[in-house]
Design a protein around this ligand. Structure first.
Ligand SMILES: Cc1cc2nc3c(=O)[nH]c(=O)nc-3n(C[C@H](O)[C@H](O)[C@H](O)COP(=O)(O)OP(=O)(O)OC[C@H]3O[C@@H](n4cnc5c(N)ncnc54)[C@H](O)[C@@H]3O)c2cc1C
Length: 404
């Protein structure tokens, strides 16, 4: 394994780091100020559109998509260090470069499984950053980490499908720019193969019967950057049968295909969050004095910083190995490693952010520094895209299988 950056990655890294310094970090405050003046807090602040235009002008656009025709054509190994940089400002940078979840996963699904018509209507405007999208699977009434529990029904009726169900924590759905939902539900609830009961279907936001009911908070935050996480109700929502993605019964397989890249992207960005936390810790530790000496002179603070550095280096190597495996043997071949990083990274980064909060004292939990929001965002990734325990269960299963 050679994890040295190749010439293209190095060149993009240099340009991206400059873009972050010149445009993204200065915009963090501006975005907050502009949001306070918007008619609705879910509208997109002007500065975000300006960042998007600038990123696109500089060719820093759609870096996540491995296809060179639709995206930048980078391998996972090339994209990893770039996504890490985006993670340093998770509220703005991924959106600015059109590399934000859940749009990235939705674009991958449309790219891999969409018909020409679906690509034209939804993928192209998504790639152009003109619209946003959401992925609706989780339901409040059932344990949704077990996808077989999903109760939403997608029922064939002539040339249409009719959708009924209630979803929540649907990221992006509060943003009025979110024009389309990819909805997961059962087309064959009685089917004997439980992995073939579900399908995924495209539902335009303005379809009658679709109600974005309320915003779900995350540790009290509205999480505007992700366009909010909504409760969404589908009541007799009728869409043309041509809106089905792939074949009937293919929903589970599509969900699996989408989750590999989604999970590694989260982990790449989390490492960037941890790097920002270490930087903030060091800056604070040398600038603040307690009991007669800078915090940086306290042994415990040095231990926190050293441990954080060791942890980040370990995580980064595991993420790079996973990216390399995905590129060389495919997502299936990298299954164990994808699960390993999804278990290890959020947990460790939450720990680093927690120590950074501690070092900042009351400031750490406040709105004046990014740490509290970064912590809450990292913490949710122990749940989103599969809770730790579900990944542990299946990883342990594969490990034990060798001995059974
Ligand atoms: C910020 C945020 C954004 C999200 N965005 C989206 C989105 O855009 N679209 C979407 O569809 N969903 C989204 N989700 C939902 C997320 O994917 C689910 O919360 C997750 O899959 C878990 O489902 P659940 O909440 O129903 O928990 P449950 O399935 O009820 O599980 C609860 C807990 O039970 C335990 N558990 C479950 N299974 C096992 C097991 N086998 N062994 C041991 N313990 C177990 C785990 O500790 C787990 O956390 C988001 C969630 C958050 C927090």
């Amino acid at each position: 394994m050679d994890f040295a950056f190749d010439a293209r990655t190095e060149e993009l890294r240099t340009r991206l780091l400059a873009f972050m310094d010149e445009h993204v970090y200065p915009a963090e405050k501006t975005a907050e100020e502009q949001r306070a003046e918007l008619a609705s807090p879910w509208d997109t602040p002007r500065i975000v559109e300006e960042l998007k235009a600038e990123a696109r002008r500089q060719g820093l656009w759609n870096l996540f998509l491995p296809d060179a025709g639709y995206g930048a054509g980078l391998t996972n190994l090339q994209y990893a260090p770039l996504a890490e940089i985006l993670g340093r400002s998770p509220q703005l940078a991924p959106t600015a470069l059109n590399c934000a979840a859940p749009d990235t996963g939705n674009m991958e699904v449309l790219f891999q499984f969409g018909t020409d018509e679906q690509k034209k209507r939804w993928l192209e405007p998504l790639l152009a950053g003109e619209i946003r999208s959401a992925f609706a699977m989780t339901e409040p009434d059932v344990a949704s980490s077990d996808a077989t529990n999903i109760e939403t029904r997608i029922t064939r009726d002539g040339d249409s499908y009719v959708i009924n169900g209630r979803k929540w924590f649907i990221s992006g759905a509060m943003n009025p720019d979110c024009a389309v939902f990819i909805v997961m539900g059962k087309t064959d609830p009685e089917g004997t193969d439980i992995r073939r009961q579900q399908s995924q279907i495209l539902v335009p936001r303005d379809t009658p019967g679709l109600e974005v009911r309320r915003a779900m908070r995350v540790y009290g935050y509205e999480d505007h950057s992700h366009g909010g996480h909504a409760e969404v109700v589908f009541k007799d929502v009728r869409v043309p049968a041509t809106n089905l993605i792939g074949e009937e019964g293919g929903g589970f397989a599509i969900a699996q295909a989408r989750l590999g890249p989604g999970r590694i992207h989260h982990c790449m960005r989390l490492i960037g969050m941890a790097e920002r936390a270490i930087e903030l810790m060091c800056r604070r530790a040398v600038a603040r004095t307690a009991f007669g000496k800078p915090l940086a002179e306290q042994g415990v603070v040095r231990n926190w910083i050293a441990d954080a550095r060791v942890t980040v280096e370990q995580l980064r190597l595991l993420v790079l190995k996973t990216a390399w495996l995905m590129d060389t043997v495919g997502n299936r071949g990298a299954h164990t490693e994808i699960q390993s990083i999804k278990i290890a990274t959020p947990r460790a980064v939450v720990g680093i952010l927690d120590q950074a909060v501690q070092l900042y004292g009351a400031g750490g939990v406040s709105q004046d520094y990014p740490l509290a929001e970064l912590w809450s965002s990292a913490r949710t990734l122990r749940l989103a895209d599969g809770p730790d325990e579900v990944h542990q269960r299946s990883l342990a299963h594969r490990e034990l299988k060798k001995y059974l």
